[in-house]
Write a protein that binds this ligand. Structure first.
Ligand code: HEM
Length: 414
């Protein structure tokens, strides 16, 4: 008999919307079973967590991605036709394009250099301003830096930063935030699609080896160039998440305010500590809540049946705060990563498994390198933190600091 008929489950979509990051960890605490069963958007859903579950989830014989992502998420966050929705050989060929751009140490260093230069330039103007919203400023700095690195000409960094943030901010919610995200995506896809066509026609130039050049010339598994829309979607899949690192820059401000001892240590030039700080930011603060895929056949996980076609969720936030994996998981403590390196399938803020064969984020090196560069810069800056709403409600996906982290009376030390 059909599993959903045997155990009728109330649809949890509303609970996901109202509880956000806490939904799956709460459900897991209330069961002794190794999985959480639910219905989400009318679909049978089985949620897993833990390093072994990561390996199970990322095995293509178990879980595929092609049909799992809902349309509203594609129309805002990732784009239709994105690498996120591909499986098998087609996915590998498209993924290689991202890996070639984002994992070469020289390319990563080049991107960090562009962003750090944009940061240093922006910071010069902060002492003259009554206040600075760190989240907004970081989004503009990252937009300038990544577009310069990617070979994308930029007229108005402020509007583009707003659009790129909107696509991330509005993917998981109905209402105005969602429609803002859709409009931002349509505008950006049209602009970048035209740019790719211009590069191919010779009406615009792309620096050799830049993201614009690589995406415009990329051939998929079928040997064809990407159509301009898909090329625009994938260019956005480079620049949008890079700009989303602004979430972690604002979280860095939050962490340093709570822990002046960490601020002092981070301000010293110790690259290992700066990396540990970046890992702890990614582990501790909420960003990606969970991943979704679809069971390709009838499966079994630790004795629990997962019917073919069921939605399979991997609880990233829950795993990053699992007391079985982390001592004092709700304490912000970069030191933990100095004592023990981040294991591939334990620390999963950007997915797990192998990034070359699976869907794990190809931008992890970039994220860590950017935070390693910007964290110490922020720690060395002197500023006041006025009274403001510093709450980070876990019911909101994606979570963010309500005030955006406002600083005042900025002093740039000589
Ligand atoms: C995939 C998180 C930064 C590009 C992912 C996934 C997550 C994630 C959770 C899905 C993994 C999966 O489906 O298994 C993050 C977070 C970031 C970040 C929290 C920090 C802000 C970046 C950066 C880039 C990037 C900087 C590029 C410059 C991508 C791409 C994929 C992806 C292209 C799709 C990979 C695939 O489907 O094979 N990211 N990411 N991300 N990320 Fe990131």
């Amino acid at each position: 008999m059909n599993q959903s008929r045997r155990t009728p489950l109330i649809d949890s979509s509303l609970a996901v919307l109202s509880k956000g990051y806490a939904w799956l960890p709460d459900r897991r605490r209330r069961t002794t079973a190794p999985v959480v069963r639910a219905r989400v958007m009318g679909q049978r859903t089985v949620a897993l967590h833990g390093p072994e579950a990561v390996r199970f989830f990322y095995d293509e014989r178990h879980v595929e991605r092609g049909t799992a992502l809902p349309g509203p998420v594609l129309s805002t966050l990732f784009g239709h036709g994105a690498v996120h929705t591909m499986d098998g050989q087609e996915h590998r060929v498209r993924k290689e394009m991202f890996l070639s751009l984002l994992t070469d140490p020289e390319a990563v260093a080049g991107l960090v250099e562009c962003v750090a230069a944009a940061w240093d330039e922006a910071v010069e103007s902060w002492p003259g301003r009554p206040s600075v919203v760190l989240f907004d400023e970081a989004s503009r700095v990252l937009t300038r830096g990544v577009c310069r690195w990617a070979g994308i000409p930029l007229d108005d960094a402020e509007s583009l930063a707003r659009d790129l943030v909107a696509m991330v901010d509005g993917f998981a919610t109905p209402g105005p935030r969602h429609w803002r995200a859709r409009r931002a995506r349509s505008r950006s896809e049209a602009w970048l699609g035209r740019l790719v066509e211009d590069v191919r026609d010779g009406a615009a130039t792309a620096p050799a080896g830049s993201a614009l050049d690589v995406v415009a010339r990329h051939r998929d598994a079928d040997g064809r160039l990407l159509d301009p829309h898909t090329a625009a979607v994938e260019l956005l899949n480079v620049i949008r998440p890079t700009v989303a690192v602004c979430w972690f820059v604002a979280y860095a401000g939050h962490a340093l305010r709570l822990r002046p001892d960490i601020r002092e240590r981070l301000g010293e030039d110790d690259p290992a500590y700066a990396v540990a700080f970046a890992h702890e930011l990614r582990r501790f603060y909420p960003f990606a809540p969970f991943l979704g895929g679809r069971a390709v056949t009838d499966l079994e996980w630790r004795g629990e049946p997962i019917p073919s076609g069921a939605l399979v969720l991997l609880d990233l936030y829950g795993q990053n705060h699992d007391p079985d994996l982390w001592d004092a998981p709700y304490t912000f403590d970069p030191q933990r990563f100095l004592e023990r390196p981040a294991h591939r399938d334990e620390l999963v803020p950007q997915g797990g498994g192998d990034r070359t064969t699976g869907h794990r984020c190809p931008g992890e090196d970039v994220t860590i390198a950017l935070l390693r560069a910007l964290g110490p810069r922020l720690a060395r800056l002197e500023y006041d933190v006025p009274e403001q709403d510093l709450r980070i409600p876990l019911s909101r996906i994606p979570a963010r600091i309500r005030s955006g982290f406002v600083i005042e009376a900025v002093r740039v030390p000589a």
